[in-house]
Design a protein around this ligand. Structure first.
Ligand SMILES: C[S@@+](CC[C@H](N)C(=O)[O-])C[C@H]1O[C@@H](n2cnc3c(N)ncnc32)[C@H](O)[C@@H]1O
Length: 280
């Protein structure tokens, strides 16, 4: 697939009309005051990964980013995790995302919660980042690598833009011990933009790139439980029981993807890894 076709297919997966309006309407319907929104208020709409806000808070604690440090969120989507990180740690965060509409909507949501001076958005491809060497103290990514075909380029780029002594933290889906996976899943309708690799393959690539592992934790059991609970809420309450982010843009289609992804976890076809690595 050419670079242009790849970007087109990934963007088609994540582009929705009037996303900001739909998010704000959804938050208003939940009883939020749109004139006094906090980063946490946005969480039902902007934490586009399993585990939601709790997963992001776990990364915040683990990454221990200082106020004078600069972080990069690779494939940061609407910037939900970046806003939580910036507001909790006081640091600055750059969000890199392939999707122009996510960057635009993310910047508008960031301005709304008063973090425009600390969280900025840059449209671009994680496999060829538009940043100088050694630009960041911390690199962070959640649930983006499964859409990225060239993992070697991804990890090399993260290594390159981190300063020596920097760290890389991620929370990612990878291939489970049972294959293949069932489609459609929240990140891909079919094989075309699905790029899960096995944890051991990722680990070897990271080592070859030069990273030193500090923590490597298989969180598949927690993710399985999270899907079980989210699906139970969804079945009991319908739309109100699930995060509104992509659901609100996709309706019943999204419910089906959640069910299939839950089944992938139950059958150990997808796994989740939390990792922290040092860049020497
Ligand atoms: C499931 S969303 C996760 C967003 C965010 N990390 C979060 O947890 O809320 C995956 C994101 O990865 C982005 N993405 C996919 N491939 C990318 C690439 N090659 N470079 C940069 N971003 C990419 C998508 O545009 C999308 O915003």
């Amino acid at each position: 697939m050419s670079d242009r076709d790849y970007a087109r297919d990934v963007n088609a997966r994540y582009t929705f009309d009037h996303l900001e309006d739909r998010i704000l309407d959804g938050l208003r319907a939940m009883g939020k005051d749109l004139n006094a929104l906090t980063p946490e208020d946005l969480a039902p709409a902007d934490q586009l990964h399993s585990g939601g806000l709790a997963a992001t808070l776990e990364l915040v604690a683990l990454a221990a980013v200082r106020a004078d440090e600069v972080a990069l969120d690779v494939g940061g989507g609407l910037g939900g995790p970046a806003r939580i990180l910036a507001s909790r740690s006081g640091c600055r965060v750059t969000v890199l995302d392939l999707n122009e509409a996510f960057c635009r909507t993310g910047a508008a949501l960031t301005a709304r919660v008063g973090l425009g001076d600390r969280v900025t958005f840059q449209q671009g491809d994680a496999q060829a980042m538009p940043f100088a060497d050694h630009s960041f103290d911390v690199a962070w990514t959640q649930h983006a690598s499964m859409n990225i075909p060239d993992k070697r380029a991804l990890y090399q780029e993260i290594f390159r833009v981190l300063r020596p002594g920097g760290r890389f933290i991620f929370h990612d889906h990878m291939a489970g011990p049972v294959q293949p996976i069932h489609f459609p899943v929240p990140w891909a309708r079919d094989e075309t933009i699905n790029h899960l690799i096995a944890p051991e393959e990722a680990r070897a690539l990271l080592r070859e790139t030069g990273f030193r592992e500090r923590l490597w934790e298989d969180q598949s059991d927690q993710t399985t439980v999270w899907f079980r609970e989210s699906l139970a809420r969804m079945n009991a309450t319908g739309a109100a029981g699930v995060p509104i982010g992509l659901r609100l843009a996709q309706g019943a289609d999204f419910d089906e993807m959640m069910r299939i992804q839950g089944r992938n976890f139950e059958e150990r076809r997808v796994s989740t890894i939390l990792a922290l690595l040092d860049r020497p």
